[in-house]
Design a binder for this molecule. Structure first.
Ligand SMILES: [Mn+2]
Length: 416
């Protein structure tokens, strides 16, 4: 018997930029991407579609995000193709109401949300999925046993033996929102390759999600067993060089073959612009414009790019003079970006020259100012560095514009 399925992950529906005027265009990118995968699933007549976590960008989504998700998944539901999903760190962290958006989708039959139950001694149980309640941890399709595990955080590696113990069937597949260290580009939520390896004995295919870059992990004998498709869209800056796509997998008589199908994400550019030696802000701006014009890729992609610019170099004017707004206007004129982030790392050199006169960079000045303000209060004095870092982290999140107020509060309540 032949089984065909699509394995996708990290769709991040609902991501937008609150600081951009054109956020609706970006917001639609992610639905468009999922819609394309749904169309492919129908065209390929797959037996099921896997979403290995982070269907949503945040735990608390807007009602319109829920409505657009239903609309996007409707053709799949109508075609009778099950969408089997687990929760990722983004879907999960803020769940505090009695029912999550993922659970609601599962009850309504748009996804089959798999989640194990736990016994008091920490054991895992994968109860059969019940379409009536939309809950369960295990589902069987055409003789393939599919198990689902969402995000269990940094302890994932310690749980592998208990997960394997809970599975007594043959011909198994595991959906698991976790990264495997060194392969995964993210730093949190990974396990070590040797911790993951026992999964290879129990599961023919481990469908990973979490890191937005594709990778495949093999046993020491060279059998690939764990697959991470990466996010199909470019979610964050830093993903501009990753291959983007999902896996189309075919199982024929127990033999697996996979293809990483490329998707077409929005153009993204991260540019470092060196303004070293600029005498004044006008000269720096001209150099900035010339360099950006050079760097911008010549493409026939109609979609407006996402651009992050890092300014570096020592200049003879105060870095504040080259204001964000001037840079932004120039960028808009040259590159017509949908969204821009500017990081100013310029440092000031005074006229007299010499090493002693190199003034600190903008980020050092920021740290000094914040440090003075914070240590002015004697009860904060001992925690100056920690609180400066926290203030800067919150500032960065606010500028990025895609975090909830609640998530920002979470940063504040974090243990030191
Ligand atoms: Mn993700």
């Amino acid at each position: 018997m032949t089984i065909t399925y699509i394995h996708a992950a990290d769709i991040h529906l609902g991501k937008t930029y609150r600081t951009s005027a054109d956020d609706s265009e970006r917001y639609e990118d992610f639905f468009h991407m999922l819609g394309g995968i749904v169309s492919d699933a129908i065209a390929e007549q797959v037996d099921f579609l896997l979403v290995a976590g982070d269907l949503f960008h945040t735990g608390q989504i807007l009602p319109r995000t829920f409505a657009r998700t239903i609309e996007t998944l409707q053709p799949l539901k109508d075609a009778g193709i099950p969408c089997i999903a687990v929760e990722g760190n983004h879907d999960w962290i803020h769940r505090r109401d009695s029912i999550s958006w993922m659970e609601a989708l599962s009850q309504m039959g748009y996804i089959r949300l798999l989640r194990p139950s736990r016994s008091v001694d920490g054991g895992y149980h994968f109860d059969p999925f019940d379409p009536e309640t939309g809950a369960g941890g295990h589902i069987e399709i055409k003789g393939m046993n599919i198990y689902g595990l969402g995000y269990i955080g940094t302890q994932a590696g310690n749980h592998v033996s208990r997960i394997c113990e809970a599975v007594i069937t043959e011909n198994n597949l595991l959906l698991f929102h976790v990264g495997v260290w060194t392969y995964s580009p993210v730093e949190i939520g990974n396990m070590q390759p040797d911790e993951a390896l026992p999964l290879a004995d129990r599961f023919s295919y481990v469908a990973l999600g979490h890191g937005h870059k594709p990778y495949i992990i093999s046993t020491p004998e060279g059998r690939p067993y764990a697959f991470n498709p990466g996010a199909p869209e470019r979610v964050n800056f830093g993903e501009e060089k990753y291959d983007k796509g999902y896996y189309l997998v075919n199982v024929d008589g127990g033999k697996y073959s996979h293809e990483h199908r490329r998707t077409s994400p929005r153009p993204m550019l991260v540019a470092t612009i060196n303004l070293d030696g600029a005498e004044n802000a006008d000269q720096a701006l001209e150099s900035f414009r010339n360099q950006i014009t050079e760097i911008l890729p010549k493409t026939d992609d109609e979609r407006r790019p996402l651009i992050e610019v890092r300014l570096t170099g020592r200049v003879a004017f105060h870095p504040f003079e080259l204001g964000r707004e001037r840079l932004r206007l120039s960028l808009e004129e040259i590159g017509n970006p949908l969204h821009v982030e500017i990081k100013n790392h310029l440092s000031l050199v005074t006229r007299s020259g010499g090493e002693d006169d190199i003034k600190r960079s903008l980020s050092e000045i920021e740290r000094d100012v914040l440090g003075e303000l914070i240590s002015a209060n004697s009860s904060f004095k001992d925690r100056k560095d920690e609180l400066v870092n926290l203030a800067l982290a919150i500032r960065d999140q606010v500028i990025k514009g895609d975090v909830e107020g609640e998530e920002l509060l979470g940063l504040l309540s974090r243990e030191p």
